[in-house]
Design a protein. Structure first.
Length: 330
């Protein structure tokens, strides 16, 4: 994908944000509200528990966004995205990919596998593919397989995340990649978005900030836990899905497990926990990133985006004022 294409996407947004797809949390209402407020709304395909439900969600999203565009012809209605697990463990791989081709989400986000089959389908209808990557090796593989852009999931991202410092990660990727970059990891305020842009990111990925949204499928106790948590309440472990991820320590303790003595999970499996089969990953053990400390209340998606926009503009204005003062002194 060319820089011209990513520029077109950015021009359709009020803020350069993708609301990250969150397992068991994201839903069509969140997607639509995000797009209406001017950021990319996304959801994991597997949040729809059946193929039939996924089709219903895609019909709802495409239909309501089309109505919004007609109702507000001058308003920026952002494109929507679906997250597709391109790993062999995805039992609905074929069926869900068929629906992607049928309903043509403008952006498809691939995770945990070879994106090339997805790229083929999405490019046929003119969409773009962005691939989650957690290190340089996977970034180069995604590029080789034809992805249009990279989502650099750095240290501190909620759920499945890498361990690389976001500053160093983006610098190294730019040594061999001049295509679109989305930066993820602990981004929760407007000034964070600006910082990512200074580093060279085209967009940012923001998930944890929206867990406590009114429209979120997270239960009230989960939302309250996010509000009350800090960075010290987040643990990085593969004990629950077989893939390293960031989780809230209080949710682990609530499930009757000892965060300091977790059993390693040797296979990728997003359901039961080895040490207690009754405990379900994601349903009972709740994910969140290092940015939880910035979340202080339950808000609507629109209110969160408005708050981010205000702080983003304030940060930009402060930088411009500092430059002007420096020039005047010089």
């Amino acid at each position: 994908m060319s820089k011209k294409t990513i520029a077109t996407i950015r021009n359709s947004l009020e803020l350069p944000i993708i609301m990250a797809p969150m397992f068991l949390i994201s839903n069509p209402t969140m997607v639509i509200k995000a797009c209406e407020a001017g950021i990319v709304g996304s959801f994991p395909a597997l949040n729809a528990r059946t193929k039939e439900t996924l089709e219903e969600w895609m019909i709802q999203i495409t239909g309501e966004l089309e109505q919004l565009k007609k109702k507000y012809p001058t308003k920026k209605i952002a494109p929507w995205a679906v997250n597709f697990i391109s790993h062999r463990t995805n039992k609905r791989y074929v069926e869900d990919l068929e629906l992607v081709g049928k309903y043509q989400p403008p952006i498809v986000i691939t995770s945990l596998g070879d994106p090339s089959p997805v790229v083929k389908v999405v490019h046929e209808y003119g969409g773009i593919v962005l691939s989650d990557v957690i290190n340089i090796k996977f970034a180069k593989k995604a590029i080789e397989k034809g992805t249009d852009g990279l989502i650099l999931v750095a240290s501190g991202a909620g759920g499945h995340a890498g361990i690389l410092n976001p500053i160093s990660f983006i610098h190294e990727v730019k040594e061999f990649w001049d295509g679109p970059i989305v930066l993820a990891g602990g981004i929760s305020k407007g000034k964070d978005i600006l910082a990512a842009e200074v580093l060279g990111a085209d967009l940012v990925y923001m998930g944890s900030r929206f867990i406590a949204a009114n429209e979120s499928l997270a239960v009230d106790e989960y939302k309250e836990m996010v509000i009350n948590s800090t960075i010290e309440d987040v643990i990085y472990t593969d004990a629950f899905s077989g893939v390293k991820a960031n989780y809230l320590i209080p949710s682990i303790e609530k499930a009757g497990l000892d965060p300091s003595n977790l059993e390693e999970k040797k296979e990728i499996n997003f359901t039961s926990v080895n040490s207690n089969p009754e405990v379900k990953a994601w349903k009972d053990i709740w994910g969140a990133g290092h940015g939880v400390g910035a979340i202080t209340k339950v808000q609507s998606v629109a209110e969160i985006i408005e708050e981010l926009q205000v702080s983003y503009v304030e940060a930009k204005t402060a930088i411009l004022n500092d430059r002007e003062q420096t020039l005047q002194r010089g």
